[in-house]
Design a protein around this ligand. Structure first.
Ligand code: CUA
Length: 348
């Protein structure tokens, strides 16, 4: 919105908070100019005005001035506080995640981005999103640090091995925007990029309909849980199961052996799969084997999505119907998404 149209090196401003970042930058640049010009001018002025006219002249002594000192303390204080408050405000907007964001899972690896929609659609180095819809990215990496960066949206976040980081945006203008990796990650770091396609809702629906969606992350997670990894043999056995209960735990506190409590988050679920003995739920034995090395980051993302669905937390699929608040609207969604919706309802 601001400046970006006519300043040559500026990227497009295409997200809901892009103008805030630009405004803050413009302010910083103005403040810098407002200080630089008078300082340079004063250097020249004093250089001429107080040049040496006679050898060993003794200047007149000057003692403090309360007014002057107060002024030059208060002005910088006000300026630095406005920068701080402006920065804090923009940061708060950018990194407080929306509750109703459309979920996209991102796994970085040397040297590509693998993305998956909650509807099951997979993409590589490309992400299609509808305009005017909040999109929430849950991100991790298979190998080293990467950084998911979209300059036109004025946002980026590190993607860190062994944990989840998050990013959200709401695109405001249809178009094609650069995606970069903004963290040096080895030989082909500079080639680790792609495009974000922002589409009108109608075009986006067509895109969804025209692409094979495959299983949703929740369905993949269920398959891993019940068949491939056999988690169900201990965790879905009813009252006397050997493993801790997984239903309706997400977002709540659980008590651990040793008296500690911990909130069930994405991170906790992930850790419980990879390091089961590090956080054993009270009343259970540390008998679960580690799944480290047996599951990929993408499978972990699916497992976490499935276990969250047992608490009624399902990813918002990339369909207009799923965005509607009324649950009945879900039946109008495309077949796989509707399956996911029914599935989550049955687990509530
Ligand atoms: Cu990935 Cu740089």
């Amino acid at each position: 919105m601001l400046a970006s149209e006519w300043v040559p090196i500026f990227p497009d401003a295409a997200s809901s908070f892009a103008w805030q970042v630009d405004a803050l930058y413009a302010y910083l640049i103005l403040v810098s100019i407002a200080f630089t010009i008078p300082i340079v001018a004063a250097i020249f002025f004093f250089g001429v005005r107080y040049r040496e006219r006679e050898k060993y002249a003794t200047p007149e002594e000057m003692h403090g001035s309360i007014v002057l000192e107060t002024v030059w303390s208060i002005i910088p204080f006000v300026i630095s506080m406005t920068i701080f408050l402006g920065g804090a405000y923009v940061y708060f907007n950018q990194f407080r995640l929306p509750d109703d964001g459309m979920d996209v899972y991102v796994v970085g690896k040397q040297w590509m981005w693998k993305l998956q929609h909650a509807s099951g659609h997979r993409e590589i180095n490309e992400l299609h999103v509808p305009v005017g819809r909040k999109v929430k990215l849950t991100m991790t990496t298979e190998d080293v640090l990467h950084d998911f960066s979209i300059p036109a949206f004025r946002t980026k976040a590190d993607v860190v091995p062994g944990r989840y980081t998050y990013l959200w945006f709401e695109a405001t203008k249809p178009g094609k925007y650069h995606l970069y990796c903004a963290e040096y990650c080895g030989l082909n770091h500079s080639g680790m990029g792609g495009w974000i396609y922002v589409m009108e809702q109608r075009d986006f629906d067509n895109w969804l309909a025209g692409n094979e969606s495959g299983q949703t992350p929740v369905q993949q997670g269920k398959d891993l849980f019940e068949n491939k990894l056999g988690c169900a043999s201990c965790h879905a056995g009813g009252d006397n199961q050997r493993g801790a209960k997984l239903e309706n735990i997400f977002g709540h506190d659980v008590k651990l052996v040793g008296g500690q409590t911990v909130k069930v988050t994405d991170e906790y679920i992930r850790n419980s799969i990879l390091n089961p003995s590090s956080q054993v739920v009270e009343g259970f034995q540390p008998i679960m084997p580690t799944f480290k090395g047996q599951v990929t980051e993408e499978q972990l993302v699916s497992l976490v999505a499935y276990i969250k669905s047992l608490s009624g937390v399902t990813g918002s699929a990339a369909t207009p119907a799923a965005a509607a608040p009324a649950p009945a609207a879900n039946t109008a969604a495309t077949a796989p998404a509707a399956n996911a919706a029914t599935h989550s309802n049955s687990n509530r």
